[in-house]
Write a protein that binds this ligand. Structure first.
Ligand SMILES: [Zn+2]
Ligand SMILES: [Zn+2]
Length: 158
């Protein structure tokens, strides 16, 4: 048999070309190009957010610190030195957690921000998780409208 032709080509899925096209030259062989499930490393289809752990926040602060040092070095000395907003804190930083369809938490839980110690997606807790996600921030109180257009300026008015 000719080794270059497969015996039943019509039954073989043609995946080689698409897989090569979707992974760049730097992608590791055998790993999906996109985000992967935190539980099984399969291709992710959903994601949610959780607060960073202390180590992750340290990484974020180190990266931002380096960026600021670099910005100061590159700054134009003829102009005022660049100023920066306060460094991010855990309260205004989140990490994205990816999961495949099998290891997805509920859509209600995925809409909330989870605690830094949340282990979802963890098969023992699915489709829930082991933290109490942060509640939605309270909706801003709508100020009462103190002005109004005259009736003849409103579409459908008189
Ligand atoms: Zn998974
Ligand atoms: Zn959680």
């Amino acid at each position: 048999m000719d080794p270059l032709t497969s015996p039943e080509p019509e039954y073989l899925p043609i995946r080689t070309e698409t897989a090569t096209a979707s992974t760049g030259p730097l992608a590791l062989p055998g790993l999906p190009a996109g985000p992967v499930c935190a539980e099984c490393m399969g291709p992710a289809v959903v994601h949610w957010q959780r607060r960073p752990t202390c180590d992750e926040l340290d990484d974020i602060l180190r990266t931002e610190g380096n960026r600021r040092v670099q910005a100061l070095k590159l700054a134009d000395v003829q102009k005022p030195a660049p100023t920066f907003p306060p460094l991010p804190t855990a309260a205004d930083t989140t990490r994205i957690v990816h999961a495949c369809a099998t290891h997805a938490i509920t859509i209600e839980a995925a809409a909330l921000i989870h605690a830094s110690f949340c282990t979802a997606p963890n098969e023992a807790d699915l489709p829930g998780c082991d933290c109490t996600p942060e509640p939605w921030p309270a909706a801003p109180v709508e100020e009462e409208q103190v002005w109004a257009l005259p009736d003849h300026w409103v579409s459908g008015g008189q």
